[in-house]
Design a protein around this ligand. Structure first.
Ligand code: XMP
Length: 521
């Protein structure tokens, strides 16, 4: 594996994405990793990448790896690639000099490269454009190092010590704007580190099934199933590992989309046995308790907290009713959540209290199984595909744990849920039949807490407003509103007005995230 040490760059995850893209396994760790952490890694570390970061290496509290760890890497001749701050840190710790530059280099900059360096092999030109974002630079090289790239401004843009296998890049090869960036990463991974393309999802399936089997032994495990891609993939892996010693709980909280309860059995049928679905899939009708507790609650955070708490209660109650002693809880935690939880930047401000079925607190006293915790979302989709899950699950738009309750602005009632569910179904059907479903990150209806005057069949109406929300996004961190064609909007609007009683006006949300969020609450 390749180990990436994080010094706080906004691009650290991107480095990991690029290395996984070239089919090499990698993990991100905070910069202050210890020697015993390194020795405890299951895979052999074939190379290290130091990420960028916002600090200046010469400042007092700048993040640095311990001298002992750096010496360990150097002594064992483990290749190191420092990117931006990572390069400056290597320069600084190995005896060179880093200074605050008079010239700042931000954005696209032309660089001249030495074609003798292994890092720049298989690139047909020796000057090209790269993405920079720095003020500090390495002014004096450490002993034994030579410069192998210089910018149009005459600054050192890359250095190397071929014998020690230590390389530094002042620019960001992981950013798409850097020409030949992926080739540079490939050169480091394959030519310098001698790593093989061994990261295959098929290997992952085999090894994680074996691991789960070993871990659970003769015990039982439980999995909260929502029908989304993450929880369905987790349940499938567990089922393949321990068969009917797995129990899945699907909670119908009354806040789900149209036909979800019926859908869940349908999506499991191709993979799970009929006897599993009959005996081990526990569909819990908890509509009444959720709706009772949400009665007259209009504050979004209060809604979220009530739903989260009620979910746990229902879950706990169900577990007690299932006969075997359950020792393990399987969750669909993904790698970005893991990275975030150990981020060196500290916890981010709470915009919304997220709750999903994977967010069950540890105090439930189960041992956790998180088979997806080193995977990115697109890898989970690929995994699901290899496990035989249907397109319907793999491509389904994300749906928030608190469900339709956070898409009904204001009071949540049975009637308003029924109205929203119908409008939402129409939007999903129309976007699917337009062929745009896969291009849109999410699309859904929101029920507003206002009534407006309209006219239908010569009669005055005074009814509800539904908003259409459709966004495009890579990861839901930022999003742009999707420019749905007018004809499609027109069709959706007509159908909702005609088919959903109680709605006389449709509006289209044209805000991006930020400043808005994807969901309205
Ligand atoms: P926001 O509204 O914060 O949403 O821009 C970003 C993404 O997260 C989803 N979302 C949730 N998912 N539990 C979840 O599992 C939640 O509580 C939750 N709230 C928002 C939202 O649908 C979007 O994809």
């Amino acid at each position: 594996m390749i180990l990436i040490l994080d010094f706080g760059s906004q691009y650290t995850q991107l480095i990991a994405r690029r290395i996984r893209e070239i089919k090499v396994y990698c993990e991100i760790y905070p910069y202050n990793i210890s020697i015993s952490d390194i020795r405890n890694k299951i895979c052999e570390i074939k190379g290290i990448v130091f990420s960028g970061g916002p600090d200046s290496v010469y400042k007092k509290n700048a993040p640095k790896i311990s001298k002992k760890v750096l010496d360990y890497f150097v002594k064992n001749n483990i290749p190191i690639l420092g990117i931006c701050y990572g390069m400056q840190l290597l320069g600084n710790m190995l005896g060179g000099k880093v200074v605050r530059g008079k010239i700042r280099e931000y954005g696209l900059i032309k660089v001249n490269f030495s074609n003798k360096s292994l890092l720049f092999r298989n690139i047909s030109t020796n000057n090209f454009i790269v993405w920079m974002s720095h003020t500090d630079n390495v002014k004096i090289l450490p002993n034994g190092f030579k410069k192998v790239a210089v910018t149009q401004n005459g600054l050192i843009s890359a250095f190397e010590n071929e014998q020690k296998k230590i390389y530094g890049l002042q620019f960001h090869p992981e950013v798409k704007h850097t020409q030949n960036g992926l080739q540079i990463i490939k050169n480091f991974v394959f030519l310098v580190c001698n790593e093989k393309q061994s990261w295959k999802i098929e290997n992952f399936i085999k090894s994680s099934i074996e691991e789960i089997r070993f871990l659970v032994g003769n015990s039982y495990a439980i999995c909260a199933l929502s029908g989304g891609v993450d929880s369905t993939v987790v349940a499938t892996l567990l089922y393949k590992a321990i068969g009917e010693r797995l129990h899945c709980i699907f909670v119908d909280n009354g806040l789900l989309r149209f036909g979800e309860k019926e859908r869940i059995k349908k999506i499991l049928l191709p993979i799970f046995s009929r006897s599993f679905i009959k005996n081990n899939l526990h569909i819990i009708d908890a509509k009444n308790i959720f709706l009772r507790r949400l009665n007259n609650i209009t504050d979004p955070e209060t809604k979220r907290k009530i739903i989260g708490k009620t979910f746990i209660e229902v879950f706990e109650h169900t577990v007690k009713k299932i006969k075997p002693t359950i020792s393990y809880l399987a969750q669909g935690t993904l790698y970005p959540d893991v990275i975030e939880s150990m981020s060196i930047k500290g916890p981010s401000k709470t915009i919304k209290t997220h709750h999903n079925v994977g967010g069950i607190p540890k105090k439930l006293k189960f041992k956790l199984i998180e088979p997806l915790k080193f995977l990115f979302k697109d890898e989970v989709r690929l995994l699901g595909k290899r496990l035989g899950l249907s397109e319907d699950i793999l491509c389904r738009h994300p749906f928030p744990g608190p469900g339709l309750a956070i898409r009904i602005i204001g009071n949540v009632t049975k009637e308003r849920l029924c109205l929203l569910r119908q409008a939402d179904k129409i939007i999903e059907e129309e976007i699917l039949s337009s062929g745009l479903y896969k291009k849109v990150w999410q699309s859904f209806a929101v029920l507003l807490p206002v009534k407006t005057v309209g006219i239908m069949g010569d009669m005055r109406t005074y009814e509800n407003v539904v908003a259409i929300r459709a966004v495009e996004s890579q990861d839901a961190m930022t999003a742009d509103w999707y420019k749905l064609p007018y004809e499609l909007l027109c069709k959706i609007s007509n159908r909702i007005i005609n088919e959903v009683r109680g709605v006389n006006r449709i509006v289209y949300d044209i805000t991006s995230k930020p400043p808005a969020t994807i969901e309205w609450e």
